[in-house]
Design a protein around this ligand. Structure first.
Ligand SMILES: Cc1cc2nc3c(=O)[nH]c(=O)nc-3n(C[C@H](O)[C@H](O)[C@H](O)COP(=O)(O)O)c2cc1C
Length: 335
C-alpha cells in the first residue's frame, strides 16, 4: 500500500475508460467508474451495462452503483460482480434532483434505515469488498442530528453514520465534506471528516474528498486529518497529471515540482481526445465530451488575450480543428 493513496473520484460523464486510463498512468491509486443506475443494470439497459467495461490495466478499479431499493441494489451488485471490479462502491452522496429527489444518492441521508438496509443487502449479495461514498449530512441543520427518529444521538451525524455503515460490513468510506444542500458550493469542511477518522471506534479506511486541488493541500489533508486516502475530483479535469504532481510532492515535499511544458500538456490532452473519440465511437461526440477538460484545464488558465482562442477551442467539432487550435496555443503561449 502506498503511503499517500490518491483516488480518482467517480464522476458522471467524466470518469469513462479513456480518462481513467490517463489518470491511472499518472499514478491514481484507484479509479472509479461513473455511477451506474441499479435499476437500469437490472433491466439490462445498454447505456448502463456499457459502463461496466473495465480493463486490467486500470486496476484497482471500483464500479459505483446507485439506487433506492435494497433488492434491486443487491441484484445490480451481483451483475457488477460479474464484471470483476476490485471494489463495488455505493453512491450515498449524489445531490442532484433526479437522483437525491427520488430518494437515491444523498436522498438516503434523509432515510438512514433504508441506507443501512441497502448497504447490508449489497454486502451480503457479493463476495468482493463493498465501499460507500457519502456526504456530511442532508443540510447544515442535520449535521448534529440523530441518525433517524428514535436513534440516540452520539456524535456528529456523519460520525454516527460512518459507524453504522461500518457495522453493515462496508469496508471503506469516502466522505465528501459538504452537505447535500451545499451541492458543490461553499467550501468542503474537512474537520468533520477528521472527526470520523479520529473516532476510536472506526477501523475501516476513511477516504477524504472535497476541494483538494493542489499538492500542498493534499499533504495538509493527510497530515491534519489523518485520512487513509484522498479522492480527487474536479482538479483532474484537463489535468490527469495532477496525481503525479501530488505524489511527487507528498513523497518529497521539499523538492521542486516537475515543470510541465505547454507542449507536453497539450500532447496529453490530444491523447485524451483521441481516446475519447475511440471510446465513444463518434468524432464530434468524442470532442464535445472532451470540452469539459479543455474548459477547465489549468494549462489554459491565465493566458493573456486567450478569450477568442478559448471560444474557438470550445466550438471546434473535428479532431483536426481541435489539434490545430492546440498547436497554435503552443506556438503563441508555449514556453
Ligand atoms: C461532473 C461531476 C460528476 C460527478 N459524478 C459523481 C458520481 O457519479 N458519483 C459520485 O459519487 N460522485 C460524483 N461527483 C462528486 C465527486 O465524486 C466529488 O465528490 C466532488 O466533485 C468533490 O470532490 P472535488 O472537490 O475533488 O471535485 C461528481 C462531481 C462532478 C463535478
Amino acid at each position: 500500500m502506498t503511503k499517500y493513496p490518491l483516488y480518482l473520484a467517480p464522476m458522471e460523464d467524466v470518469t469513462d475508460p479513456a480518462f481513467r486510463m490517463l489518470c491511472k498512468r499518472f499514478g491514481a491509486d484507484r479509479v472509479y467508474t461513473e455511477f451506474i443506475n441499479a435499476d437500469a443494470l437490472v433491466r439490462d439497459v445498454n447505456a448502463a451495462t456499457r459502463k461496466l467495461s473495465i480493463s486490467d490495466y486500470e486496476r484497482p478499479v471500483a464500479i459505483q452503483i446507485y439506487g433506492r431499493d435494497a433488492e434491486s441494489m443487491a441484484e445490480a451488485a451481483k451483475i457488477v460482480e460479474q464484471a470483476h471490479p476490485d471494489v463495488i462502491d455505493i453512491n450515498f452522496g449524489c445531490p442532484v434532483k433526479k437522483v437525491a429527489g427520488k430518494g437515491a444518492g444523498a436522498g438516503l441521508l434523509r432515510d438512514v434505515p433504508r441506507m443501512l438496509d441497502i448497504a447490508k443487502a449489497v454486502v451480503n449479495a457479493v463476495s468482493i469488498p463493498v465501499t460507500a461514498k457519502t456526504r456530511l449530512g442532508w443540510d447544515k441543520d442535520s449535521l448534529y442530528a440523530p441518525l433517524y427518529e428514535g436513534a440516540t444521538q452520539g456524535q456528529a451525524f456523519i460520525v454516527d453514520l460512518a459507524e453504522a455503515l461500518q457495522d453493515c460490513g462496508i469496508q471503506e468510506l469516502a466522505i465528501h465534506g459538504r452537505t447535500r444542500a451545499q451541492m458543490y458550493t461553499g467550501e468542503a469542511d474537512w474537520s468533520l471528516i477528521g472527526a470520523v477518522k479520529n473516532n476510536p471506534r472506526m477501523h475501516i479506511p476513511i477516504i477524504g474528498n472535497g476541494d483538494v486541488t493542489t499538492p500542498a493541500r493534499a499533504k495538509e489533508c493527510f497530515d491534519r486529518y489523518g485520512v487513509d486516502a484522498i479522492m480527487i475530483g474536479r482538479a483532474s479535469f484537463g489535468c490527469p497529471w495532477i496525481f503525479d504532481d501530488m505524489k511527487q510532492f507528498l513523497n518529497a515535499p521539499h523538492s521542486s515540482l516537475p515543470v510541465r511544458s505547454m507542449q507536453w500538456c497539450v500532447d496529453i490532452l490530444k491523447e485524451h481526445v483521441i481516446q475519447s473519440i475511440q471510446y465513444i465511437g463518434d468524432e464530434r461526440k468524442g470532442i464535445v465530451h472532451s470540452r469539459r477538460h479543455f474548459a477547465n484545464s489549468p494549462i489554459f488558465k491565465g493566458l493573456a488575450d486567450f478569450k477568442q482562442t478559448r471560444i474557438a477551442l470550445l466550438r471546434a467539432e473535428t479532431q483536426d480543428e481541435v489539434f490545430s487550435i492546440m498547436d497554435s496555443i503552443v506556438d503563441q503561449w508555449g514556453h
